[in-house]
Design a protein around this ligand. Structure first.
Ligand SMILES: [Zn+2]
Length: 357
């Protein structure tokens, strides 16, 4: 009972500070009052502390930026520079560049890959698909590649480490790369240039930043989500320390558009700057919270009479995470959409990094 009291009071005190920062969501009549996201599971059950109504909807700014999806095809395809098209189904993104000598495709997400050849044919009638570039080796961005399996002479371009990873795994929907690189590499087709720069901000093996200099276009997949805070755990990065440096790397390019692979919105330089400021704010906030970590852990462990160190660890991580998320959400609500959905995961990612580094 003593343990229960301890955790109830510790968590309640954190909960109170969070409630003080509660954004002003409209309550639904008959529903419990919205409460602040307390970091636990999201629930559709009324009365649950993390009822979905406790979360802000997508911001009006974000909704206004979303392109219209064609109900017939389930896709949005638009020409953003002469010959350069970006494609989205509202969740994933891909792009293709039409040149006089052929088409270059960047990524083939399985969520809409079946429709990609038709979309390309419509905008590049009679022009052969010559290249497919993999941004990285994750299935959710390239496991639609099989739709190009019957394209004669198709060159599939990927980082050598991605090719090695693919060769080790049974992933029949992903066509094996035919051209690889492990240093900056570029190729040209029909007078257009594609620059490929190896990077390390997300995948376990290798990422590639794809740059089209004439079109001032960057593809850096699984990085930012324009208009929103990054996806869970900073785009599910495998290395949050490296992730924190990617913004300045991207900003070194001269670009008008950035394709980040997710959500329907194409990003701008401003989106990268905002994502950088947000991510660095989380980094600093969670880092500062670590100053109290050991004291909090030891106090909790003492209360638990040294009987359950795992529980003490979990409670300490949760307490530091909640303090961090409360601060971050209070600073970023109204600036980036869905901050209340993902801030706690961002804080936890940085807390774990700090524990290990
Ligand atoms: Zn990925």
């Amino acid at each position: 009972m003593k343990t229960c009291k301890l955790f109830a009071s510790a968590l309640f005190s954190v909960g109170l500070s969070a409630l003080a920062l509660q954004p002003s969501y409209a309550a639904v009549e008959g529903e419990p009052s919205p409460q602040f996201n307390s970091g636990g599971d999201v629930s559709l059950t009324p009365g649950h502390s993390n009822h979905y109504m406790a979360f802000a909807p997508e911001s009006p700014e974000m909704l206004a930026r979303m392109p219209t999806i064609d109900p017939e095809t389930g896709l949005h395809v638009s020409q953003i520079k002469p010959g350069l098209f970006y494609v989205t189904d509202g969740v994933y993104q891909s792009a293709f560049l039409v040149t006089d000598e052929g088409v270059i495709v960047i990524d083939a997400p399985p969520s809409f890959a079946d429709k990609l050849p038709d979309a390309i044919r419509q905008h590049a009638p009679g022009i052969a698909i010559r290249y497919l570039v993999y941004s990285h080796g994750h299935s959710d961005h390239i496991a639609g590649a099989r739709v190009f399996g019957d394209v004669d002479g198709l060159e599939i371009v990927a980082h050598a480490d991605v090719a090695r990873s693919l060769a080790r795994a049974e992933r029949p929907n992903i066509l094996p790369p035919t051209k690889t690189y492990d240093a900056p590499h570029s190729f040209s087709l029909g007078g257009e240039t594609v620059e490929l720069t190896p990077a390390s901000f997300h995948a376990e093996d290798a990422d590639t930043i794809v740059y089209l200099p004439k079109q001032k276009f960057v593809a850096a997949v699984d990085t930012i989500t324009p208009g929103e805070v990054p996806f869970m755990n900073f785009g599910a990065t495998s290395d949050v320390g490296a992730y924190m440096t990617l913004f300045d790397t991207i900003l070194e390019y001269e670009f008008d558009h950035i394709l980040s692979g997710h959500v329907s919105v194409l990003g701008t330089r401003e989106d990268v700057l905002k994502a950088r400021d947000y991510s660095h704010d989380v980094w600093q906030t969670a880092g500062a919270g670590m100053a109290t970590f050991l004291d909090r852990f030891n106090a909790t462990l003492t209360e638990l009479e040294y009987q359950n160190a795992n529980l003490a660890y979990r409670a300490t991580i949760e307490a530091v995470r909640r303090d961090c998320a409360s601060e971050v959400i209070s600073r970023w609500t109204g600036k980036l959409s869905v901050v209340d959905v993902w801030a706690d995961s961002h804080c936890q990612t940085v807390i774990l990094y700090n524990i290990m580094h």
